[in-house]
Each structure stands twice: as C-alpha cells, then as structure tokens.
Design a binder for this molecule. Structure first.
Ligand SMILES: *[C@@H]1O[C@H](CO)[C@@H](O)[C@H](O)[C@H]1NC(C)=O
Ligand SMILES: *[C@@H]1O[C@H](CO)[C@@H](O)[C@H](O)[C@H]1NC(C)=O
Length: 381
C-alpha cells in the first residue's frame, strides 16, 4: 500500500518535468502480476523442420541450440506436421524431444493431429517419393504408422483431436472438461482457449463435455484404424480404403467435411455468419477463443469477431512459401488490494490477455483484453 502511494506521489511530481521519459514511467506497472502464463501456438508445419525451428526460435519456445528455452509455459501445435515435405521423421521426433524437455522444466507441449495425419492413418495421402525414402520403403512407413510403430504409438499417447487450455489457474490442468449441463458458469469459468486443427462447427454433435467427448470419439476411431490388419495399401494407386466398416456414425461425422478436422466455416464464412454463431459454441465448451489451423492465409494470422476466432495457418512450410508465424498469448492475473472486501475475503484481479502475432521481422498485437474478476486466488504455486 505504502509503495503504491509513493509511486503515485513520484509520478505526480515527476511527470511534468520528465517529458521525454514520460511514457516509460507511466507504463511501469506499480502492481506486479501474481500469476503469469505464456502460451505459443503454431499451425500447419507440413514436413519442414527448418521453418518449424525458425518459428519456434522467433517465438521464444526454443533457444539457439534448438532446445526448450523455458521462456514459454505451453507450446500448442494444431496438427498437419506430415505431408508436402520430407521431414516427417525428424519433425515428429523433434516434437517428442521438446515434449520431454518441456516436461522436465515444468512446461508442456500439447499436440493435435490434423486431417493429414488422419489421412495417413486411413491410408490415403499426399506423400512425396522422397519422403517415403526417409522411411526406407512403403512397408517400413506403414509399419511406423501402425499401433506397433513409433509414429502410430506417439500419436496414440501424445496427440489429441482437440485441446481445452485453461488460462485461469483455478480451472485445472489442460483438457479439464467443461460441460454446459454440469459446470457452473462464473466470471472465470470460460477463461480458457480451445484448439483444434480444422474447426468446431456449430452443428458438430459430439462437442460436450468438452474436450473429453470429441477426444474420446477420435480415440475410438484412431484405435480402429491403427489396428486394421492387414493395413490397407496406400491410395493412390490402390483404391481409397475409407473408414473401417465398424466405424460408428459419430466417427463418420468426426472425420466428415463439417467435422473438427476438415471444417473451414470459421475461416471462410462471412463476418455476420461466423460472429453470429461463435458465442454459442464458446459458451458450450467453456472457452473464450477458438484457435485453429487448416485454412491458410499466406500473409498473416487472422483474428475475427474480436479475437473469438483466430486462424494460425500461414503456410509456414516451404511447400507453400507463406510467412513464418506463431501466435503468442501472454496471460496475467494482477491483484488489486485496494478492492479487498473484508466481509467476503475477496478482491478484484485484473485478468489480462495480450494476444500477438509473431512474425520474422515484427510482432503485431491482435488484442489486449482486460477484465476485472472478483475472488481470492493466492498461493497456487
Ligand atoms: C510421448 O512423448 C514422450 C516425451 O514426453 C516420449 O518420450 C515418448 O516416447 C512418446 N510416446 C511414444 C509412445 O512415443
Ligand atoms: C484498483 O481498484 C480501484 C477501486 O476500484 C480502482 O480505482 C483502481 O483503478 C484499480 N487499480 C488498478 C491497477 O486496476
């Protein structure tokens, strides 16, 4: 309290005389956040390790040796690491290396499978002959992609369809469920981000509880695909194998054109259409923003409806030649002790999200969202 008063006093007398330094002084925040979380999200990488590492380096996720830097708490990758380039093996291995390094330093890597990973599991693909060579042969590649293979097993244990990432520390670890039927809406209940490859369409019927239900449908389908025996020969030139005969209606919907892997509505719909429907989805899944890849804009990250929809595929791979980009979210929770209420034992906190697009030569702040929330949340470390 005294420190705060002194600071105000200092500002008051200092400002008129300190013209040139004014901004610096005013921007200095007298109260420091009691909780900070830094998140970086990266979209489609398509077989290009070099560009992937550039993006992770420029967003502070890795250091100059390519190792987890510890500067960021969570890295999210929204799928489509495979196809259109040769670096399938090195990229997936690298993601697991980062996952291990992050875990050892208290960080996290959250990975999702995109429609291209799924196409490869199904058996149809856009594979380059040079990429097959990196596996040795078509058969060796098939084996790696099965439930016994290294790639199939890391997809099974380290990848999901979609992620709910809480921002507020009281909401629990990544992928804590929100259900419109059993969760109690509050000022912080939707303080979370949603990630998926294509998009969670308003018509998708396996949405909640989110994310456990859609993830469970995906897991059930993935299990059927990874354990097919014999695994179907690659299409083309062989016929399209399709989903297994015992795939359920839910599983067909999941992999369908309006399912989370392929949907492009949030990216391509008119402003009126998307902004009119997005609140309904966000409310159901307990999140503030839908963040996704899949539909590229080669020049920039796209933010729609005041950042409720953010599309992060900028064609990072040399196969597309788009700009290198990452999405950075800097979340802070700052207590305001002047608002302490003795009766309830609560105070106000300023919850702030600064969401920026990070490019090779510049950072662009897409939104700086602040809201006051009341509670008592100290000592969570
Ligand atoms: C999952 O990722 C970890 C790194 O955290 C890695 O060590 C492990 O091998 C991966 N799991 C599988 C089954 O590949
Ligand atoms: C703290 O709360 C007081 C009373 O509501 C308000 O006037 C002040 O601006 C707040 N301070 C910050 C840093 O938000």
């Amino acid at each position: 309290m005294l420190i705060f008063a002194c600071f105000t006093f200092y500002l008051f007398f200092r400002t008129p005389a300190a013209g040139a330094h004014r901004q610096q002084i005013v921007h200095h925040d007298p109260v420091s956040p009691s909780y900070v979380k830094k998140i970086v999200a990266v979209g489609d990488l398509h077989g290009d390790l070099r560009n992937a590492q550039k993006v992770l380096r420029m967003s502070g996720v890795i250091d100059s040796f390519g190792d987890w830097s510890g500067e960021v708490d969570v890295l999210v990758q929204t799928g489509d690491i495979i196809d259109r380039g040769d670096d399938t093996i090195s990229l997936f291995r690298y993601m697991d290396t980062l996952r291990g390094q992050a875990g050892a330093m208290g960080g996290e890597v959250l990975s999702m499978m995109g429609n291209h990973e799924w196409m490869n599991v199904i058996g149809c693909r856009y594979v380059l002959p040079s990429e097959i060579k990196t596996f040795g042969s078509v058969q060796a590649r098939q084996r790696a992609l099965s439930s016994q293979g290294w790639l199939g097993s890391t997809w099974w244990s380290n990848y999901t369809l979609t992620t709910r990432l809480p921002l507020h520390p009281m909401l629990g670890p990544p992928n804590t469920d929100y259900s419109p039927l059993s969760s109690i809406p509050s000022s912080i209940s939707h303080s979370a981000l949603s990630f998926v490859h294509g998009g969670l369409s308003p018509s998708f019927s396996s949405l909640t509880p989110y994310p456990s239900r859609p993830n469970a449908v995906a897991r059930s389908l993935l299990h059927k695909l990874l354990t097919r025996h014999p695994s179907p020969l690659p299409h083309p030139p062989n016929p399209y194998p399709g989903l297994p005969p015992d795939a359920t209606e839910e599983e067909h919907e999941l992999y369908g054109g309006d399912g989370p892997l392929w949907y492009r509505g949030w990216a391509l719909g008119t402003e009126r259409e998307v902004c009119g429907h997005v609140d309904d989805v966000l409310e159901k899944i307990g999140a503030r923003r839908l963040i996704m890849g899949h539909t590229p804009t080669f020049t920039n990250i796209v933010s729609r409806c005041d950042g409720k929809i953010i599309i992060i595929d900028t064609g990072i791979s040399h196969a597309y030649g788009g700009v290198l980009s990452a999405l950075a979210i800097h979340y802070t929770l700052t207590p305001n002790s002047t608002t302490y209420d003795f009766e309830s034992g609560t105070q106000e906190y300023i919850e702030r999200e600064v969401v920026s697009a990070v490019y090779e030569w510049k950072n662009e702040v897409l939104l700086d969202d602040r809201r006051a929330v009341r509670g008592w949340w100290e000592g969570w470390d």
